[in-house]
Design a protein around this ligand. Structure first.
Ligand SMILES: *[C@@H]1O[C@H](CO)[C@@H](O)[C@H](O)[C@H]1NC(C)=O
Ligand SMILES: *[C@@H]1O[C@H](CO)[C@@H](O)[C@H](O)[C@H]1NC(C)=O
Ligand SMILES: *[C@@H]1O[C@H](CO)[C@@H](O)[C@H](O)[C@H]1NC(C)=O
Ligand SMILES: *[C@@H]1O[C@H](CO)[C@@H](O)[C@H](O)[C@H]1NC(C)=O
Ligand SMILES: *[C@@H]1O[C@H](CO)[C@@H](O)[C@H](O)[C@H]1NC(C)=O
Length: 614
């Protein structure tokens, strides 16, 4: 409290020494300086009511933007005869509450005691975010992240321990903490991703300065910018329910509610359910413009994680439609998450022949080509994913155009090697399958291919190499708005080891022929600006096809998580591929755009068109 406001507070209330203000309770850091102490004589106006308590705003604000002027009063039985607009004097015990040790604490006044009701019918005016407050910071989350929320090592410090002084200008967590308990309005909100099953919906206000806004009006993660300006709209205070069919880019009616923290995230609890007023058009993306040229200089390459596709899955028809209509039947497709022939039934079945032939039949039936497939069965239960499903990566390819070069399939445990030529010891074969880096994870599938239909004047055998990957998942991550800073990026050590093994294999190919055509693609479960993939390109010498094809950084996404559109699926190509022809690449947002119930997989597919003539 400044001397001036202290003086004003005294002058206005004629209070003596023992009055406490809400600003004093919240203090300029995450944790209350009055934690576990009993306070009295807190003068405030009731701004909102929830099922388990109510929120109050100080009538003696200070001028420190770090100290929130509002507070949660916890106690479902408290103040049954009090209402919004009542001016009250209360006391109670200041607690820091969190429901999990991985979350940030919420400051609250518990065991409330009403000293008196002073008046009622006072006007309660929400603070308009971006007008009455500054705009939320839009790049960094916390001073404890060292400038990079995805920096390794993770969890170097915790908010609950370091309790840093708030810097609401610079850091998103600090900004939202400085408004904890406050009644706010979000003008012209735009939905950023899909809601979770409770209808919790990420939004940003149209009047805020945001970074990362993509063409669909979602926010895309970029290097050192993971969009802390976004906020979840959580459970409405009046018992209504938010819709669960909201889509990225939907316009939402103005929202007024209370800023709080729960379940690992700062959030706004709206006074009533949000309403979508307008959706983006067209509802679905256009099909790719990248079509096969039918010869080595115009080969189309697809990649698609089809999310636990089993033989009996109801999704074969929809995936076939995506492949034929939207991906325009690429010449070769890197598939991920193909389950075994009886899917999640947990028995000794590991073959995926039925799953893959069901898919290729559906593609033919949808008017597509007759694809052939190539995969290697994993050892039962050793490659992670849904129990019993034995997911693996697989290739679909057009046998009229390409074929495995001198095929010699390896077994589940055969480690592939690069022989002089270069050729492969096993074609196809898995990379170092017994290495502990692959524990409970998919092993990459390497293959060498020959283009049958070559340029008319060519006498060469046009071969190219592919590595189809599905690195370990981010399971076990902590919340991006959680206590651990930088947050725990689940599985990052596994992905680093996997990236190093895969990159070294590619390096072996390129050390035997620096002009070899190599394409690695699939679900890397990581962003290009995080250590595993930084190491991957450094060791392998491969180039990120998004960069080669000059895809706008904000349009590089294949997946939605939290508030962010993000890219987990990538293609990396060797120099010879990057420099020949003019490589083209597209991400087809066929799953990130539709509502949750209409998506077929949690990933978008991608298509490239490459010159693979040697
Ligand atoms: C609360 O403040 C009033 C003046 O506003 C003062 O008279 C009273 O003693 C205080 N009560 C307590 C319990 O501190
Ligand atoms: C609210 O009701 C309680 C009893 O239920 C009573 O003791 C208290 O005086 C009432 N407060 C006001 C402000 O009317
Ligand atoms: C972060 O580290 C602290 C201190 O070692 C530990 O208590 C906490 O559980 C860790 N958090 C996560 C999410 O792993
Ligand atoms: C799957 O197909 C491959 C080759 O097409 C064949 O070698 C293998 O025996 C088949 N597996 C089963 C279980 O039918
Ligand atoms: C696929 O194979 C079937 C059966 O052999 C054949 O009738 C059909 O023409 C083929 N389709 C294409 C696109 O080649």
């Amino acid at each position: 409290m400044t001397t001036l406001t202290c003086f004003l507070a005294l002058a206005t209330s004629f209070a003596v020494s023992s009055a406490t203000t809400i600003a004093e309770i919240n203090g300029p850091r995450f944790l209350s300086p009055l934690k576990d102490q009993t306070v009295s004589n807190v003068s405030a106006i009731i701004t909102a009511r929830g099922p388990d308590g109510l929120w109050i705003r100080s009538i003696y604000p200070d001028r420190d933007e770090r100290t929130s002027e509002s507070l949660y009063v916890y106690g479902s039985k408290f103040g049954a005869n009090l209402t919004v607009g009542d001016s009250i004097v209360i006391g109670g015990k200041i607690l820091e509450y969190r429901s999990s040790k991985d979350y940030i604490y919420l400051t609250e006044l518990s065991s409330p005691v009403l000293s008196k009701k002073v008046s009622s019918g006072n006007k309660v005016q929400p603070l308009v975010i971006g007008k009455d407050t500054r705009d939320p910071p839009n790049e960094q989350y916390s001073s404890l992240d060292g400038g990079d929320v995805f920096a390794v090592p993770n969890n170097v410090s915790q908010i609950s321990v370091a309790n840093p002084e708030l810097q609401p200008k610079k850091y998103g967590l600090d900004f939202w903490e400085s408004l904890s308990g406050e009644l706010v309005t979000v003008k012209k909100p735009v939905a950023l991703t899909k809601p979770n099953s409770y209808g919790d919906t990420w939004v940003a206000g149209s009047n805020w300065k945001v970074s990362g806004r993509n063409d669909r009006d979602g926010l895309t993660i970029t290097d050192k910018d993971a969009n802390p300006e976004a906020i979840i709209i959580g459970t409405p205070l009046d018992g209504t329910k938010n819709p669960t069919n909201t889509r990225m880019g939907d316009s939402v009616e103005e929202i007024t509610g209370i800023v709080t923290y729960a379940f690992g995230y700062y959030r706004i609890l709206p006074s009533t359910a949000i309403k979508v007023t307008k959706s983006q058009k067209p509802a679905l993306p256009n099909p790719t413009k990248l079509e096969s040229g039918g010869k080595c200089d115009g080969i189309t390459v697809g990649a698609y994680n089809v999310e636990n596709l089993a033989a009996t899955s109801s999704h074969h028809g929809a995936i076939a439609e995506h492949i034929v209509k939207y991906m325009k039947s690429p010449d070769i497709i890197f598939m991920q998450e193909i389950q075994d022939d009886n899917g999640a039934t947990n028995d000794a079945v590991v073959s995926a022949n039925l799953t893959l032939s069901t898919l290729t039949a559906a593609i033919s039936a949808a008017g597509g080509p007759n694809y052939t497939f190539a995969d290697i069965d994993p050892v039962d239960d050793q490659d992670g994913g849904q129990p019993g499903g034995n997911i693996r990566v697989a290739y679909l390819y057009k046998p009229s155009l390409i074929r495995l070069y001198k095929p010699n399939p390896g077994g589940s445990l055969d480690a592939n090697e690069v022989l002089d030529g270069p050729t492969l010891k096993y074609n196809p074969g898995r990379i170092d399958p017994t290495n502990e880096a692959w524990t409970a994870s998919r092993k990459p599938l390497v293959a060498q291919w020959e283009v049958i239909n070559k340029k008319s004047d060519s006498k060469k055998v046009d071969t190219f190499f592919t590595v189809n990957v599905h690195f370990g998942s981010k399971g076990g991550s902590s919340s991006i708005m959680g206590d651990a800073r930088p947050p725990v990026n689940g599985g990052v050590a596994d992905r680093l080891a996997q990236a190093q093994l895969t990159a070294n294999f590619v390096k072996n190919i390129l050390s035997k022929d620096k002009d070899a055509k190599v394409i690695t693609a699939g679900d890397f479960n990581e962003f290009t600006f995080v250590e595993p993939l930084e190491q991957y390109v450094k060791i392998s010498g491969l180039k990120d096809l998004d960069a080669v094809a000059s895809i706008d950084k904000l349009e590089r996404y294949t997946y939605l998580f939290d508030m962010n559109a993000q890219e987990l699926d990538h293609m990396f190509v060797s120099n010879a591929v990057a420099k020949d022809g003019s490589p083209k690449y597209e991400h087809i947002h066929i799953n990130t755009w539709p509502e949750y119930a209409a998506q077929v997989s949690d990933h978008d597919p991608s298509v490239a068109r490459l010159d693979l003539c040697v």
